[in-house]
Design a protein around this ligand. Structure first.
Ligand SMILES: Nc1nc2c(ncn2[C@@H]2O[C@H](COP(=O)(O)OP(=O)(O)OP(=O)(O)O)[C@@H](O)[C@H]2O)c(=O)[nH]1
Ligand SMILES: [Zn+2]
Length: 364
C-alpha cells in the first residue's frame, strides 16, 4: 500500500487548508489550473498576494447567491465575478456573505465572466461547501499547477479525478460500540461510524435488539446543536430527538441515527448566519438561498448506508418529512410506514414549521 495520500485523503487536506485560509491548487486536464482561496477565510496578506500574481482572478459564487446579488449567471449553477484590482477583504466578504446585504445593497457594478470550461470552478464550490464554509471561492488561473503547488508547498488536487469522486459516498468504518443506558431507553447501545474521507463521525443509537428480518422503528435525526443541546425554541429538534428515543424505549426496540449534518448540511456557523438573516425577516429557505445554499444540503444516502451496515433492510420511519421517505426508498431501503413525530411546537417555531410545510412539503 503506497504511503502517499490518495485522492480522497488529499481532498480532506484541501478542506482543512481552506478552513484555515491556506490556498489549494486545482489542476485541470492540460496541466494548467487554478489557485483557490475560500472567500470566507482568505486573509488580507494572501489577498494581496492574489492581486500581486497579476492574473485575472474571479470570485466564484453559486447561482443562488448570484440571484440575490442580481449578478448574471452564465454557467447554470454558478456565476463568476471578476475581482477588481483594488478589491479588499471588505469587497470579497460583502459579495460572499449576505449579512450586510440589506444595509449595503449596492455591491456593483459587477463584471461577470462567461465562456470556457467551468469544471474547476464547480469543484471549488463543492469543496467550499464540504468544508462547511460559505460557498464562494477566489480563483486565480495558474499556468503550471503542479509547479506552483510544489514551489509554494500547497495541496494539489487533480480536478479531473476529484469532481466525480466527490459525488461518491465515502466508506464508513465502524469504530466502536458500547452500552449507554438512556433515561428514555435504558437498554441502548451507541455505535460510532467514521467516514474514510475525514469528515465528521456519525452515531447510531440502537435500542434493544431489533429483529433484523422485520421493519425497524427508525429515526434519521440530523444534528442540531441549538435544539438538541441548548433546548432552542426556534425549532422542534430537541423534543423530536427525545420523543423518538422515548417511543423506542416504550416499544423496546428501535434505531436512531444521529447524523452530523448540522443545519441541513451547511454546518453550525452557516446555520447561525441563516438565523441572523431570519432575524432580518427572511424565512428558513430564503436564508439558505441568500447564503448561496440549496434548501437542504444533506446527503441521505448516509442514513441508508448505516442502516444497511447494521443489518436493516426496512424501516418504520419516525418523520414528518416525506422527502426522507422518498430518499430512503431511492437508496434501496424499504419504508413500510411513516410514524409521525409531532412534538415541540412553540410560539417561536410556528413560522419555521409553517415554512417547512409550505415550501419543503413537511406534513404538519
Ligand atoms: N439551514 C438551516 N438549518 C436548520 C434550521 N433550523 C433547523 N435546522 C436544521 O435542520 C435539521 C432538522 O433536521 P431533522 O429534524 O432531522 O429533519 P426534518 O427535515 O425537519 O424532518 P423530520 O424528520 O420531520 O424532523 C437539523 O440539521 C437542524 O440543525 C434553519 O433555520 N436553517
Ligand atoms: Zn433544530
Amino acid at each position: 500500500m503506497p504511503l502517499s495520500p490518495n485522492l480522497m485523503e488529499i481532498l480532506a487536506r484541501a478542506r482543512a487548508d481552506l478552513r484555515m485560509g491556506v490556498p489549494v491548487v486545482l489542476a485541470g486536464a492540460d496541466g494548467a489550473g487554478m489557485m483557490m482561496l475560500a472567500a470566507e477565510t482568505v486573509s488580507q496578506d494572501r489577498l494581496a498576494l492574489f492581486h500581486d500574481a497579476g492574473g485575472e482572478g474571479d470570485l466564484v459564487l453559486t447561482a443562488r447567491r448570484a440571484a440575490t446579488l442580481k449578478a448574471r449567471v452564465y454557467d447554470g449553477d454558478l456565476a463568476r465575478v471578476a475581482v477588481p484590482a483594488d478589491a479588499g477583504l471588505d469587497w470579497v466578504r460583502s459579495i460572499a456573505d449576505p449579512a450586510d446585504d440589506l444595509s449595503m445593497p449596492m455591491k456593483g457594478p459587477l463584471k461577470e465572466r462567461r465562456g470556457g470550461d467551468v469544471s474547476l470552478q464547480r469543484l471549488a464550490l463543492t469543496l467550499a461547501k464540504s468544508a462547511r464554509l460559505l460557498p464562494a471561492a477566489l480563483l486565480l488561473p495558474v499556468e503550471a499547477a503542479r509547479a506552483v503547488a510544489l514551489r509554494e508547498n500547497l495541496t494539489l488536487v487533480d480536478g479531473v479525478a476529484a469532481a466525480p469522486s466527490m459525488l461518491l459516498l465515502a466508506n464508513l468504518d465502524h469504530v466502536v460500540s458500547a452500552r449507554v443506558p438512556l433515561s428514555r431507553a435504558e437498554n441502548a447501545r451507541l455505535h460510532i461510524f467514521r467516514p474514510q474521507d475525514g469528515s465528521e463521525e456519525h452515531y447510531a443509537i440502537e435500542v434493544g435488539r431489533p429483529d433484523r428480518s422485520a421493519p425497524v422503528l427508525a429515526r434519521l435525526h440530523s444534528a442540531c446543536f441549538t435544539g438538541d443541546v441548548l433546548g432552542s425554541l426556534k425549532c422542534d429538534c430537541g423534543p423530536q430527538l427525545h420523543a423518538a428515543l422515548g417511543r423506542m424505549g416504550e416499544e423496546g426496540a428501535g434505531v436512531l441515527l444521529y447524523l452530523n449534518q448540522e443545519g441541513r448540511g451547511i454546518g453550525l456557523a452557516n446555520k447561525m448566519r441563516a438565523y441572523a438573516l431570519q432575524d432580518q425577516g427572511f424565512d428558513t429557505v430564503e436564508a439558505n438561498h441568500r447564503l448561496g445554499f440549496e434548501d437542504d444540503e444533506r446527503d441521505f444516502r448516509l442514513g441508508a448506508e448505516i442502516l444497511r451496515r447494521m443489518g436493516f433492510g426496512s424501516v418504520r420511519l419516525l418523520t414528518n418529512n416525506p422527502n426522507k421517505l422518498a430518499m430512503m426508498e431511492r437508496c434501496g431501503l424499504a419504508v413500510t410506514e411513516r410514524v409521525p413525530l409531532k412534538v415541540g411546537r412553540t410560539a417561536f417555531n410556528a413560522h419555521y414549521l409553517a415554512t417547512k410545510a409550505a415550501k419543503s412539503g413537511h406534513l404538519l
